[in-house]
Design a protein around this ligand. Structure first.
Ligand SMILES: Nc1ncnc2c1ncn2[C@@H]1O[C@H](COP(=O)(O)OP(=O)(O)O)[C@@H](O)[C@H]1O
Ligand SMILES: [Mg+2]
Length: 327
């Protein structure tokens, strides 16, 4: 078994707002092992980006880590002072936020913007950092004659490649990509994911891919965690998630994917909308939308439990659902 580069244990994050606390992440636990590509999937507003920001401790000041541990490369960083966090950010992990490709500064060349954090994190001279940036850009398919161009001369896919090049240049063990392909067309999305796979096999880099799009991310991830209303409701290898989805929400998500035929014809469209995270329903957050909900689901929040060694589900009804499926 390979080592875990990231372990989250019951991580909870709230945004402290005048209108009431938003419970954006609730008791999230997961492990990402070395060289693993791990996907976090959920609808918009399910807490994925909050989880992503929490890992390098980049949350805004009014966000509160209510509890839990974030263990990166063996160290719990929730309690680590800011001065030591810089040893982790960049070196051990790089976080590429949602929309980062649009946040590139229009007045600097791409290689300049890659070289800048390289110099900051590695204490290289400017000249060395630029050389490193160019090499890294080249390794993700951005040729030298393009490296000194400005962001507006880059396509969306090239900008995303440039951001991955930054993580590579820093030798990060874990790269978190938040919605890396959202603004890209399907062919370019595939190229970005091919690059992710290539980097993983060459360098053993682990990736945490955050996306609202289960179909796309499933083409590249080894393992998938499904988030709903701030919680992980199901977690399993990608093949299991598709071949044997067990949470009613995951089943509904999969059944809503176009052009895929699954043996289980019972799957139905999902009704209603996700809850407001500052006014969560009692019990299971999914119960108002779940056709299998019983009294207990309205009162008791289900825990994420291992049904098989590698398949965890948070649902009171999961055992009955399995029985019905077998009949
Ligand atoms: N910086 C922020 N300040 C206040 N609330 C936020 C902030 N970021 C996210 N939220 C709230 O937290 C919840 C989860 O959001 P987010 O983590 O962005 O979800 P996702 O990435 O799945 O769309 C939402 O209710 C959102 O409105
Ligand atoms: Mg997001």
């Amino acid at each position: 078994m390979s080592r875990n580069i990231l372990e989250l244990r019951e991580l909870s994050v709230d945004y402290h707002m005048p209108s009431g606390d938003i419970h954006a992440v609730r008791k999230a636990s997961l492990n990402v092992s070395e060289g693993q590509i791990f996907g976090i999937i959920g609808e918009s507003g399910s807490g994925k980006s909050t989880l992503g920001y929490a890992i390098p401790r980049l949350l805004p000041p009014y966000a509160i880590v209510r509890g839990g541990e974030i263990i990166i490369d063996g160290r719990d960083i929730v309690t680590l002072p800011e001065s030591q966090l810089n040893e982790i950010r960049g070196k051990v992990l790089t976080y590429v936020p949602q929309g980062a490709q649009n946040a590139l500064n229009p007045v600097f060349t791409v290689e300049h913007q890659i070289a800048d954090p390289i110099r900051e994190h590695t204490h290289m001279s400017w000249k060395e950092a630029v050389r490193r940036a160019r090499e890294s850009l080249e390794s993700v398919g951005v040729r030298r004659n393009r490296a000194n161009q400005y962001p507006h001369q880059f396509s969306g896919g090239m900008k995303q490649r440039a951001l991955i090049a930054l993580a590579l240049a820093l030798n990060s063990k874990l790269v978190i990509l938040d919605e890396p392909t959202t603004a890209l067309d399907v062919l370019v999305q595939r190229q970005v994911f091919d690059l992710v796979k290539e980097i993983r096999s060459k360098f053993g880099t682990s990736f945490l891919l955050i996306s609202h799009d289960l179909a796309i991310v499933s083409t590249v991830c080894d393992m998938i965690a499904i988030m709903y209303a701030g919680e992980i409701v199901e977690m399993a290898p990608t093949r299991e998630i598709f071949g044997n989805p067990r949470h009613p929400y995951t089943r509904a998500l999969i059944s809503s994917l176009p052009k895929l035929n699954f043996a289980d014809q019972d799957l139905e469209q999902i009704r209603g909308s996700p809850p407001n995270l500052s006014r969560l329903p009692t019990g299971c957050a999914f119960h108002p939308r779940c056709k299998y909900a019983v009294e207990k689901c309205t009162q008791v929040s289900p825990l994420l439990e291992d049904l098989d060694p590698n398949h965890a589900v948070a649902c009171h009804r999961v055992k009955e659902l399995e029985k019905w499926k077998r009949q």
